[in-house]
Design a protein around this ligand. Structure first.
Ligand code: HEM
Length: 276
């Protein structure tokens, strides 16, 4: 006899109940894939981007949660959220393996259909960058046609970044973070600061004395480590698929992405290693 799970209590009647698909709004998610060409690989391309955006949504949620916890001096709760963010990026990193199964010949079959659209215009990606401290105002431009998105990005620029909140917390615990850093113009990109490096050097020279700061620092480094890997995997996949062609978004492509590899989120935390 074939096994009937309903005999073991599985619920089979959803006429009056919320089902899995209702709760997760699966219909909406699964009806959002509309290839513009007949090329077989376009579906992979669409789903890869959409799933990345979903993971980015969660990453943002967790970064925001962590930032809030730090602002409220609840650092251990923030640490857990930051661990999750690093894991999300690890997940995104593994995802490149799927995309790499698409060859240049396959991509060229539908590339023209993308027009000028590109991940360069991903507002969630920019929000993540802005939230952690990489605030490049030039990146607001592609969103000017969408006042709602511009408002989101501007609101982010008005808030202290994750790194700002960490430095404020260090200051509250008695570490000597300069007033100019605490009062900095939040809209500007973070600039390497010699005095902040000194603060981190003090922490790293005596971890047991500054355990909380030390743990937060290592979580930030962890996050940036995974984030760098994401950028590196992206640029390698891009070179593999389009070589040195210009991007659909209009940049020089590989040259642009390689330049982005040099962006540092928490520069003092990388430099401090040399100081020890
Ligand atoms: C075959 C696959 C892909 C190719 C050929 C590609 C190509 C490119 C290129 C050339 C750029 C530079 C901007 C431009 O001129 O277009 C770019 C930027 C970007 N792409 Fe991709 N990409 C691919 C897959 C992905 C995927 C799966 C994601 C995930 C969401 C993604 C997210 C981004 C982001 C966020 C940027 C902006 C990076 C920055 O400004 O630092 N890309 N991509």
């Amino acid at each position: 006899m074939t096994y009937d799970p309903s005999k073991d209590g599985a619920q089979m009647d959803f006429r009056q109940r919320m089902s899995y698909g209702d709760y997760l709004q699966i219909d909406q998610i699964l009806s959002a894939q509309h290839p513009l060409s007949v090329a077989h690989d376009e579906m992979l391309f669409i789903i890869q981007h959409q799933t990345s955006e979903l993971w980015m949504k969660l990453a943002l949620y967790e970064v925001n949660g962590a930032r809030q916890m730090i602002a409220q001096d609840r650092t251990s709760e923030a640490l857990k959220m930051l661990s999750r963010v690093a894991r999300i990026f690890e997940q995104l990193n593994s995802a490149w393996d799927v995309l790499r199964t698409m060859t240049p010949s396959e991509y060229t079959q539908f590339r023209d259909d993308l027009g000028q659209s590109s991940g360069f215009q991903s507002w969630q990606y920019r929000l993540i960058e802005y939230a952690v401290g990489n605030r490049n105002l030039a990146m607001l431009k592609p969103h000017e046609h969408r006042p709602d998105l511009l408002e989101l990005l501007e609101a982010e620029l008005a808030r202290p970044s994750l790194y700002d909140e960490v430095l404020r917390r260090l200051s509250r615990t008695g570490l000597n973070v300069p007033e100019a850093v605490l009062q900095r113009d939040l809209r500007q990109a973070w600039q390497f600061d010699e005095d902040v490096l000194k603060v981190w050097a003090e922490v790293y020279r005596d971890p047991s004395k500054y355990w909380e700061a030390y743990e937060v620092a290592e979580k930030l480094v962890d996050f940036e480590d995974y984030f760098r890997r994401w950028r590196f995997n992206h640029v390698t996949t891009v070179e593999r698929v389009i070589g040195f062609k210009r991007g659909t978004g209009g940049t020089a492509g590989i040259t642009y992405l390689r330049r982005m590899l040099e962006v540092e989120l928490f520069p003092e935390l990388w430099r401090v290693r040399t100081e020890l």
